[in-house]
Design a protein around this ligand. Structure first.
Ligand code: SAM
Length: 274
């Protein structure tokens, strides 16, 4: 069988479970052959040996059992860079890039220290450090295993960050001019009902019964660690804007505004501490 035939067969195999079966089939084969997609297209007529085909079939089977493609290939693109991912971290989502866009808009010369709370694979902290190499960036997470992946990603991208294991801001000593965070914000009951989330770490998703528990914990503790006029840039669920506004008010943050995702839902809010 040549590469084109193998991909067509793989794409057919994934048709029922994936919105992009052909792309999945191509990316899985790239992973097995350790080549990029352009090289794959240029090799369409080449024959594939039995060992490679067996490896490919094993990955197709994992994908058919609904394991997300990025866990199988072990990486995910974020803000045009590749990051390692494994089952200890959330697969970064496209809407999280809105945090970077908003931070870029608001970072000025007074911003010297930023913390990314719930850093997971480190995508937010590392991307900001790549764009603003002179700002000190702390990457924190409650999960030691997640921090291991964030540290590996920082090495790969050759950036130096401060890593701290912390539940929200409990172990954080410094003060910051900006807090960025994509905390867990899914309602517990929703996680149990959604099969597509089964492969991701529960701790990365679960925002408690209301979905807003970690968001509230962060804002409650943030006032001790944020400078006057400091900003919090926070991702949340598409239907949580009123909840976020009311928690912000409860802890005396000014609500400055939000950015919408491609479905026109407000997904990242910006708050100011007085
Ligand atoms: C939605 S994931 C975000 C990961 C990454 N920042 C991203 O955007 O892809 C949330 C992260 O918060 C961490 N987390 C959950 N509860 C936390 C808490 N109470 N304090 C700090 N981190 C927490 C999880 O371990 C997980 O890595």
């Amino acid at each position: 069988m040549n590469i084109k035939e193998v991909i067509d067969r793989g794409s057919l195999f994934l048709k029922e479970i994936s919105d992009s079966p052909k792309l999945d089939a191509q990316l899985l084969l790239c992973n097995v052959l350790n080549i990029d997609r352009v090289s794959l297209f240029l090799s369409y007529e080449k024959e594939i040996d039995d060992l490679m085909k067996a490896k490919y079939d094993a990955l197709l089977e994992r994908r058919r059992l609904l394991e997300p493609l990025n866990y199988i290939i072990g990486k995910r693109e974020f803000y045009s860079n590749d990051f390692l991912v494994n089952h200890d971290v959330l697969i970064p989502r496209p809407e999280t890039e809105l945090i970077i866009d908003l931070a870029k808009k608001y970072i000025n010369k007074d911003v010297k220290n930023i913390i990314d709370i719930g850093t997971g694979s480190g995508v937010i902290a590392i991307t900001l450090k790549l764009i603003f190499p002179n700002i000190n960036i702390t990457a924190s997470d409650i999960s030691e295993d997640a921090l291991k992946i964030a540290k590996r990603n920082a090495q790969i991208h050759k950036v130096k960050l401060d890593f701290v294991i912390s539940d929200a801001l409990q172990n954080i000593q410094n003060n910051f001019q900006m807090i960025v965070t994509n905390p867990p914000y899914v309602k517990s009951s929703f996680i149990e009902d959604d099969l597509s989330l089964a492969y991701e770490p529960r701790q990365a998703l679960d925002g408690g019964e209301s979905g807003l528990e970690v968001i509230e914990k962060i804002l409650k503790e943030a006032k001790e660690k944020i400078d006057k006029d400091g900003l919090v840039i926070m991702e949340h669920g598409f239907d949580q804007i009123e909840g976020v506004k009311s928690i912000a008010k409860k802890y005396n943050f000014d609500y400055l505004g939000n950015t919408k995702d491609i479905n026109d839902h407000p997904r990242v809010s910006i708050l100011k501490w007085n």
